[in-house]
Design a binder for this molecule. Structure first.
Ligand SMILES: *Cc1c(COP(=O)(O)O)cnc(C)c1O
Length: 431
């Protein structure tokens, strides 16, 4: 499989190069030349297939011969080593819980897969690899955990001081070993600007292999298809499901749509957005107008210019009619999000996190208008990761053991000002 750039000026590359480079020079995104169709063989014993096997068969055509089969099977097994239950919430709405992994969010899947691919590909390199990530919360923890103790790779995480939740901060700062957490005196934009400056530092790049692990990397994007298949294994209805995905950068939903094009049964996809409504507006009036992001309760979806949306357009070959036939997008306010969290807990005893609540509401509205359908939404993170849940619902629900353990571990972070010299000094010491 070769990958081309959505801007169509950079050369085609293999999965290996797409993973190592992250983004083509022309600033487009890598996209597979051909979307594979799953064979009858794949579907014949689908119900009885293991998670590992499904992951392997789904990803194999995308990886091609760039990773040995046994290694790829091993990487898949390590990526999906936790549960993905589809849990009923109401009569016609279920939730696919994606929070049973190491950092209690769906990003664990992409981060675990990518870290292991990167380790494999960087074995041939003589210089050290440094992964640098800016995070507003969930990404950092998943990436740190995915790369934890991975040989030959140093990870430097930049997070805004005082602006991530208490569980998120512990997940970032209690690992140690090859993970360095930098607490930046600034906001998320400052963190991102610092990471960008480092990634463009030619002198540094001549001495070390510097890469970011952001959500546009194909090795993070593509494995997110896996759990849509696990949901379908557990789907007992006759009709194809309506699948609702809380969306920010649109990587997750784009992976679901990709799986659908490969053969996964789905009636429709709904992108559930918060007040950051670029895509809902686009589907309404055909005009794509990037905005600066606004802060909401579901802060992992505070994205004003969703980077993966061009891939959604690419999947539908820019055919807006086909796109609108498969995809709806809804914007949900913080007020409704809070109200939904309270109501769903009161009526069904289910604790939603703010992102899942946006998904639940968007899906319930759709099903009100289409009562013959049934569907599920993705619960993208565990409620305990968001401090607002206790205030709104009064409880975080059952708290996983891993969270209890976090509180007994010492926080290790380095405070830096939002200036590049501080960051550079730290990076140099890692070489
Ligand atoms: C990252 C994240 C999202 C948004 O996912 P995208 O792939 O960027 O659309 C939604 N919910 C949670 C909890 C997240 O961490």
């Amino acid at each position: 499989m070769q990958y081309f750039s959505t801007n169509r000026r950079s050369a085609h590359v293999s999965f290996r190069e797409a993973t190592l480079y992250g983004q083509p020079d022309d600033k487009g995104l890598y996209f597979p030349e051909k979307i594979p169709a799953l064979s009858n063989e794949f579907w014949k014993d689908f119900q009885n297939k293991s998670k590992e096997r499904i992951a392997y068969e789904v990803i194999k055509p995308y990886v091609g011969e760039t990773i040995h089969d046994e290694t790829l099977a091993q990487i898949c097994a390590e990526t999906v080593n936790f549960d993905f239950p589809l849990v009923p919430v109401t009569g016609n709405i279920s939730t696919l819980e994606l929070f049973h992994g190491a950092t209690l969010a769906f990003k664990d899947v992409g981060a675990r897969f990518m870290s292991r691919c990167l380790r494999y590909f960087s074995k041939e390199k003589t210089e050290k690899t440094i992964v640098i990530v800016a995070t507003s919360g969930d990404t950092g923890g998943a990436v740190a955990n995915g790369f934890y103790d991975v040989e030959g790779v140093e990870v430097v995480i930049l997070y805004p001081k005082g602006k991530v939740s208490r569980v998120q901060e512990l997940q970032l700062t209690t690992l140690g070993k090859n993970i360095t957490a930098l607490e930046v005196d600034g906001n998320f934009d400052d963190c991102q600007a610092l990471a960008k400056t480092a990634l463009a530092d030619e002198e540094l790049k001549s001495r070390v292999f510097l890469t970011s692990a952001n959500s546009i990397n194909v090795a993070r994007w593509l494995p997110q298809q896996f759990y849509y298949f696990y949901a379908l294994q557990q789907w007992k209805e006759r009709s194809a499901p309506v699948i609702c995905v809380p969306s920010g950068n649109f990587g997750n939903i784009c992976a679901g749509i990709l799986a659908h094009i490969s053969g996964l049964r789905a009636h429709k996809f709904i992108a559930a957005c918060n007040a950051n409504d670029v895509v809902p507006r686009f589907l309404q009036n055909g005009k794509y107008a990037a905005q600066s992001s606004v802060a909401t309760l579901s802060n992992a979806m505070d994205v004003g210019n969703p980077s993966n949306f061009v891939r959604v357009l690419e999947i539908f070959e820019n055919d807006h009619l086909r796109l609108k036939d498969k995809l709806e997008a809804v914007s949900v306010s913080d007020e409704i999000t809070e109200e939904t969290m309270r109501r769903v807990y009161a009526d069904h005893g289910y604790v939603l996190d703010p992102h899942g609540a946006v998904g639940f509401y968007a899906l319930s509205e759709y099903l009100k208008a289409n009562p013959e359908q049934k569907g599920f939404f993705l619960e993208t993170a565990h409620p305990v990761k968001f401090d607002s849940v206790e205030r709104i619902v009064g409880t975080y629900g059952a708290t996983p053991e891993s969270v209890e353990n976090l509180f007994s571990r010492p926080k290790q972070s380095i405070e830096i000002k939002a200036n590049y010299e501080d960051l550079r000094d730290i990076l140099i010491k890692k070489i």
